[in-house]
Write a protein that binds this ligand. Structure first.
Ligand code: SAM
Length: 276
């Protein structure tokens, strides 16, 4: 068995490169979810904001626009290639500082008004330490607003291609509970309890359900599904090119025939306050 790689290696290797390559497409597909996060975060002009696991920068850039020139955004991520992409992108509004650091242990400057994240907080090895650390970067009364995936079967945009792949390849071992991964916070009570244990109050975990347009047709939707996200992970482990081609063909056949291809997604929007 090969040694499991760290999250830093993971997001600096092939996976980070794929997210960079698909940045425009990912941001287009996730736009309805991004809007829900930013609305839930209730940004006010002039605020100081942290974007945790900011990746290629979309949420930091959109937050900066809403904050205006008096605000400030710090985007933190462990992935150098994704931060490089973020740095290349034009900014409007608040200045943005991009920081290559591990949010679990980085010494955030205190006093931020808000820490937000779009799918950047499910990959910590030590979630308790990480959220306690993020909280220390907030002023008393400062807010947390994070978006994370609900369970896999509720996310058709993942389960439809996944079920198709599993007609060709055997299912992977189920993830170890509590281990880093996209569905790490699928359990609402577990997420709320974690935030309470790490010192947050006024915790609200609300469902966000949106149709995602994952491609203009089945071909484009298949490319999206097999390039980034959980299905890409399944296929990456296949050495056999023939088997891989059969799996991709099964995904294409499973895509809805109506264009553009839309599939359901299900997230939690978790908001909370740092009581100080
Ligand atoms: C699913 S991606 C989401 C990226 C971005 N927020 C977006 O929505 O496009 C997860 C991100 O979390 C980052 N990440 C994972 N562990 C991290 C950590 N310990 N500290 C900071 N960033 C981390 C990854 O490098 C990656 O950019």
């Amino acid at each position: 068995m090969p040694e499991p790689i760290s999250q830093t290696e993971y997001w600096n290797g092939d996976v980070g490169a794929r997210w960079v390559g698909m940045q425009t497409e990912l941001d287009r597909v996730f736009a309805p979810l991004t809007a829900a996060l930013l609305d839930g975060a209730a940004l006010r002009p002039g605020e100081r904001v942290l974007d945790i696991g900011c990746g290629c920068g979309e949420t930091a850039l959109l937050a900066a626009e809403r904050l205006g020139p008096e605000g400030a955004v710090t985007g933190v991520d462990v992935s150098r290639p994704m931060l490089e992409r973020a740095r290349e992108r034009p900014t409007k509004g608040a200045p943005i500082t991009w920081v290559e650091a591990d949010a679990q242990v980085h010494a955030f400057a205190p006093g931020h008004d808000l820490a937000l994240s779009r799918f950047g907080v499910m990959f910590f090895d030590e979630s308790r330490a990480a959220f306690a650390n993020i909280r220390r970067g907030l002023r008393p009364g400062g807010r947390l607003a994070i978006l994370c995936w609900r369970a896999l079967p509720e996310n058709d945009w993942v389960s439809v291609p996944r079920d198709a792949v599993l007609t060709v390849v055997p299912p992977p071992a189920p993830p170890v509970p509590g281990s880093p991964g996209p569905f790490r916070f699928a359990d609402r009570d577990g997420l709320a309890a974690l935030l309470a244990q790490t010192g947050f109050s006024k915790i609200a975990v609300t469902p966000v359900d949106r149709l995602l347009e994952i491609g203009r047709d089945a071909e484009a939707a298949t490319r999206f599904a097999v390039t980034v996200g959980p299905i890409a992970g399944l296929l990456r482990e296949l050495d056999d090119a023939d088997l891989r081609d059969r799996a991709v063909a099964a995904v294409r056949a499973a895509m809805p025939s109506r264009n553009p291809v839309r599939l359901g997604s299900a997230c939690w929007l978790a908001t909370a306050i740092n009581p100080g």
